[in-house]
Design a binder for this molecule. Structure first.
Ligand code: IMP
Ligand code: MG
Length: 210
């Protein structure tokens, strides 16, 4: 079995891409935000779509043969995963894991509990764990240890965003969409206290009382 531990072969972007005036104005009055102010849009819809298409091509090339199971970590990965799998041009299967980590807070508790564990057989398959964002990396560490015990043929991570702030990341994602700013981000699956997952862009929220 191979894993992607500390594999730095991915080609991630470091740039944070803003939006044009028209989009910024639309975001300022976006009814999805319930009046909450956005500090800035980190990744707009077009930027996300373009990078997800590239990731799909990278993943397609990385798995020339074998069974591929794409395992989405819910809930944060659900929009990213649904866009990503449509850009992977080879046979695959999809399942999900549910792990609870942050609760209502924006600070990692380090507590990872599995609330749903798929019964799909992992043995002998290529497993690609799809995560929304790597922050401390604690969630990934716990899940990867658990998945590795099930004897997959390979085990790798695809993360849309990587904050690159963790000093003790045991498994580095093989595929990364963007190196993310160290801000609390919402949208495109990412939540704050379960809100804002449905934003079609990724934004950082303005702090303070709203
Ligand atoms: P880690 O275990 O500290 O790497 O945390 C990973 C999980 O925390 C992600 O899957 C997200 O659910 C959540 N998370 C981390 N950073 C953010 C953020 O900026 N916005 C929203 N959720 C985040
Ligand atoms: Mg979350």
């Amino acid at each position: 079995m191979w894993t992607s531990a500390c594999d730095a072969t991915h080609s991630s972007f470091t740039a944070t891409v803003g939006v044009g005036k028209a989009t910024a104005a639309a975001v300022a009055t976006d009814p999805r935000l319930a009046g909450r102010k956005v500090k800035r849009v980190a990744y707009d819809q077009e930027t996300l779509a373009a990078r997800v298409a590239e990731l799909g091509a990278e993943i397609t090339a990385a798995y020339p043969d074998g069974d591929l199971l794409v395992l989405g970590l819910l809930k944060g990965s659900f929009i990213f995963l649904s866009d990503l799998v449509r850009q992977i041009r080879r046979p695959l299967q999809i399942n999900f894991l549910i792990a609870a980590s942050y609760g209502q807070s924006t600070v990692s508790s380090g507590n990872v509990r599995l609330l749903y564990d798929p019964e799909t057989q992992l043995r002998g398959k290529h497993i690609l764990l799809v995560e929304d964002i790597v922050d401390s990396g604690r969630t990934l560490g716990v899940l990867m240890d658990m998945l590795a015990d099930r004897h997959p043929k390979s085990l790798s991570i695809c993360a849309l965003l990587h904050k690159r702030i963790s000093t003790h990341l045991r498994y580095d994602p093989k595929f990364v969409g963007f190196d993310a700013p160290n801000e609390f981000l919402v949208g495109y699956g990412l939540d704050h206290a379960e809100n804002f997952r449905h934003l079609p862009y990724i934004a950082s929220l303005a702090e303070g009382p709203q």
